[in-house]
Design a protein around this ligand. Structure first.
Ligand code: XMP
Length: 320
């Protein structure tokens, strides 16, 4: 049973010292590794691990081909400034090979989980000789997975999976008593910049969660371009999260006087406190028009742009 540390009970200094001590004594004279994705959870874990272990922690950024535009380079630079070396591992081909032909949401998640933990990361752990993996699982990941809503890619024990047995290493989860608001507070106290501690959530399966149907390199590139337009236009809107989604079905459009059976992009922008419930942000028509115009002109092959107006529930925030 995990005891939640709520915001009003969280003393960040005390939390950081305690967790750093726990990490340090669990790892002992050995080494640990972790994967940084640039999200607030894995960033906080990287800083905590760095504080506890220094050079005994090796941090990797797994370039899975599913990240947002320029993401690996941007994140590695932020950490470099904080004195933390991060190595980028190019595993794009492995992830796309694993995703090939898969359209079912849970099968996509499973393909990413297996590729990440067994193939790419498992190999790095085996080669490094590290016995511990630091991971930024938070309480909400566990709740949602146990409730069977969505299998979060980083939850094992609660599903009866022993990482030691399945992958050959122990997983340390220092943030597991916190929810997102607590993690943000800890991340700030750890000295991370606002662009990280106040960062909008982004799903573990990355852009593959934003492509309905098969996540091919071409379809991911399409949603990546649309995402960068959406993030640019909505950056000053105070919403909980916004995203672009590529639909599976194509629709009839026209371009240069000819029929163009093209792609559909759906935009979602959410107001929410804790991601458990959410409602669509009331964007002005002017903003909606800017979104449509730029996506139609900057994302090749798109002939339809829609705005999602359903609430969560029954919708979820991500489409996949
Ligand atoms: P959903 O789509 O479940 O998203 O309403 C709730 C919040 O969790 C973020 N998130 C994920 N969603 N798979 C998901 O479907 C994941 O692995 C994942 N990781 C994080 C999502 O972006 C939203 O903020």
């Amino acid at each position: 049973m995990i005891t939640e540390i709520t915001m009003n009970k969280l003393d960040t200094r005390e939390f950081i010292d305690k967790k750093a001590q726990e990490i340090s004594s669990a790892v002992g004279n050995g080494t640990a590794i972790n994967a940084l994705s640039g999200g607030v959870d894995s960033s906080a874990v990287t800083m905590l691990g760095h504080k506890a272990l220094g050079k005994k922690l090796k941090t990797y950024f797994i370039e899975n081909g599913l990240m947002r535009k320029d993401e690996p380079r941007k994140i590695v630079n932020i950490f470099k400034k904080l004195g933390v070396e991060v190595e980028i591992i190019d595993a794009k081909d492995k992830f796309f090979a694993a995703l090939k032909g898969i359209t079912d949401p849970e099968e996509k998640r499973e393909a990413i989980t297996q590729t990440f933990y067994k193939d790419v990361f498992g190999k790095l752990v085996r080669e490094s000789g590290a016995r511990h993996l630091l991971q930024g699982t938070i309480l909400t990941d566990i709740d949602e997975t146990v409730a069977g809503i969505k299998r979060q890619h980083n939850v094992f024990e609660q599903l009866g999976i022993d990482p030691q047995e399945s992958f050959g290493y122990k997983i340390i989860e220092p943030l597991v008593q916190l929810r997102k608001d607590g993690v943000r507070k800890v991340a700030q106290a750890l000295g991370l910049p606002e662009s990280i501690y106040d960062r909008m959530p982004f799903p573990g399966p990355a852009l593959s969660a934003r492509v309905i149907g098969e996540a091919t390199p071409e379809r991911i590139e399409c949603v990546r371009l649309a995402t960068s337009v959406v993030e640019d236009i909505l950056k000053n809107v105070s919403a909980f999260q916004y995203m672009a989604i590529l639909h599976h079905d194509r629709v009839t459009g026209m371009r240069n006087g000819k029929r163009d059976f093209g792609q559909q992009i759906e935009i979602r922008c959410w107001d929410s406190i804790d991601a458990r419930t959410a409602s669509p942000t009331q964007l002005s028509h002017d903003i909606l028009q800017q979104l449509s115009q730029r996506i139609l002109s900057e994302v090749p092959g798109v002939v339809s742009v829609t705005y999602h107006i359903a609430t969560k529930p029954p919708s979820t925030m991500e489409a996949v």
